[in-house]
Design a protein around this ligand. Structure first.
Ligand SMILES: [Zn+2]
Ligand SMILES: [Zn+2]
Ligand SMILES: [Zn+2]
Length: 222
């Protein structure tokens, strides 16, 4: 059933004059009537402010899609998509799924070069430290994590002081020839390194700190 414009306008006027109750009265008199006094959402919602988008605004003058995109990426432009077959990136490393087997590209390349699967402890290192550069010349297969860590330490030393054999003092952070340093393993696979003087100073200040902490907790004077 459709209602005439006159009935509708009358109902509007009644509602405006008498308050919201008339609306209920009107609807109870004409149960089949559409609630014309309540504007349809589409008439009160503006269109999205993005060019070429006619969806309704949900916030900040943007539609749902563009609002979410803006909140997530800071721009309403469509996100760049990798071409099909480019795989995807996980923790900085590219992964491809081939024949249902999902594998890091660097691992797959290393295994192809090796001619068999990598041993369980093996780690593939990127020489230029670019995780996405999976060229064979950029990959080194390390037998285990200790060897891999050593490669990183030597690379860092080479970049910092020009000598891959030098080690960094853990206290003053300066690189020095290992003959000037104390090296101790302490259960680690890659040893700590520190100048004797730096180490002594550190333990002295630690003991002073401990004494201070003790006196503070007991309230005793130093
Ligand atoms: Zn939009
Ligand atoms: Zn590495
Ligand atoms: Zn030092």
């Amino acid at each position: 059933m459709t209602i005439s414009m006159t009935t509708y306008l009358l109902a509007r006027r009644l509602r405006d004059n008498l308050g919201q109750n008339t609306q209920t009265m009107f609807l109870s008199c004409y149960p089949q009537a559409v609630d014309y006094t309540r504007p349809h959402l589409s008439t009160i919602m503006a269109n999205c402010s993005v060019d070429g988008c006619s969806s309704k605004v949900v916030g900040r003058g943007l539609c749902d899609t563009h609002y979410r995109r803006f909140m997530r990426h800071g721009t309403t432009a469509a996100p760049k998509r990798a071409p099909p077959g480019a795989g995807y990136i996980f923790r900085g490393y590219r992964i491809h799924e081939i024949n249902g087997i999902r594998k890091f590209d660097h691992v797959r390349n290393a295994e192809t070069a090796l001619g068999r699967e990598l041993p369980p402890a093996a780690i593939v290192h990127h020489v230029n430290e670019n995780k996405l550069d999976n060229a064979n010349t950029n990959l080194v297969i390390c037998p285990d994590q200790a060897y891999h860590k050593l490669l990183h330490i030597r690379t860092d030393a080479l970049n910092a002081c020009g000598n891959a054999n030098w080690r960094r003092c853990k206290y003053c952070k300066q690189y020095d020839d290992p003959v000037n340093l104390l090296l101790w393993k302490n259960g680690r696979r890659v040893p700590h390194a520190a100048h004797a003087a730096c180490s002594k100073q550190a333990s002295t200040s630690f003991r002073h700190g401990a004494k201070k902490r003790r006196s503070e907790s007991t309230g005793a004077l130093l």
